[in-house]
Design a protein around this ligand. Structure first.
Ligand SMILES: [Fe+2]
Length: 329
């Protein structure tokens, strides 16, 4: 019961308790050994209390490892909850800033699903067991992702502004679950990969409104602050998808061509961020130019997510995208 951290912790705890091993053994290479979780875990019911993570319907857990101070994903079909209890009334007392940050997470999950490298572009494998768990954009995840984007457009500002707006908070919870089902299928890509560089280097950063003792950037904000710059970089790899995603998110795409896709989507993301009091890029969080090389080196380790993007970013390109994400308005 809880947000993404609680549900992910529960999934990982069940895996390590049932099949003990070194902490990084289940992490993907190069950080971990890429060892698969060998078999079923205990029966598992997940109940989200935020409208963002979607962890109640995914087979992944995200772990932050203190030794290397970064986040990595453990994925296994055995970590999928047996049941999910998705009750929007759990978010009735959720503070506005948490509705916002988790809403950005939901938005980026949907956006990344819809713009991911198409499932038809992955190499064929001889052994079905070697098939990737997260398989890129596909017709099923497209359906869920597009509806989730429409929900963000229609309800995110309302759900933040008024805790008594039950229609908005109900819809955001449904959108989070939909986007979770979508990205649990297709995977996320560069915005999530680059969010881990943000949380890796956040030693001197705090986020107003979060009463926590340590440096802290909420996951959804760590993803959203890079997104407008990242979609400008990625759009040439799948321009039609970026333009369609912008339309589902409420952008006016009339007259826009494929060359405009990055600008149109980026502008819509910036408008949404400004309307919901998001930090103004990395600079708005307190990062400076000196942080960027280390952030890029950290994010470049997220090989699987980077490979799921429609355009493959090198470490140098990641650093220049971060530079473009310092300030948007
Ligand atoms: Fe996320």
């Amino acid at each position: 019961v809880g947000g993404g951290s609680s549900m992910g912790t529960a999934k990982a705890a069940m895996a390590y308790a049932r099949y003990p091993c070194g902490v990084t053994d289940y992490f993907g290479v190069p950080v971990g050994a890429g060892r698969p979780i060998p078999g079923p875990l205990l029966p598992h019911i997940a109940c989200p209390t935020t409208s963002g993570t979607g962890s109640e319907c995914t087979s992944v857990a995200v772990i932050r490892l203190g030794e290397i101070d970064s986040k990595f994903v453990i994925g296994s079909p055995f970590m999928m909850p047996d049941e999910a209890i998705v009750d929007p009334t759990c978010t009735e007392t959720l503070p506005a800033n948490v509705v916002a940050s988790t809403g950005y997470d939901l938005m980026c999950h949907a956006l990344e699903c819809y713009t991911a490298r198409a499932y038809t572009r992955w190499d064929r494998v001889e052994d079905p067991a070697r098939r990737t768990l997260l398989q890129g954009a596909n017709p099923w995840s497209d359906m869920a992702a597009t509806r989730a984007l429409e929900i963000v457009d229609a309800y995110l500002e309302r759900g933040i502004a008024d805790a008594a707006d039950h229609e908005a908070r109900d819809q955001l919870m449904w959108g989070a679950t939909l986007a979770g089902m979508a990205f649990g299928n297709s995977g996320t890509h560069l915005p999530h990969a680059m969010s881990y560089g943000v949380t890796h280097l956040m030693k001197h950063v705090t986020t107003p409104g979060y009463d926590v003792p340590s440096p802290f950037v909420p996951h959804g904000i760590s993803v959203a602050v890079g997104a407008p710059a990242i979609v400008r970089y990625l759009a040439p790899g799948a321009p039609g998808r970026h333009l369609e995603a912008a339309g589902h998110l409420g952008a006016d795409t009339r007259g826009a061509g494929e060359d405009d896709a990055g600008d149109v989507l980026s502008s819509r993301l910036v408008d949404l961020m400004r309307a919901t009091a998001a930090p103004n890029g990395l600079g708005g969080l307190g990062f400076g130019a000196d942080d960027l090389p280390a952030m890029a080196a950290s994010s470049a380790r997220q090989k699987r997510a980077i490979a799921n993007a429609p355009r493959i970013a090198s470490e140098d390109e990641i650093q220049s995208i971060y530079a473009n994400a310092m300030s948007y308005w």
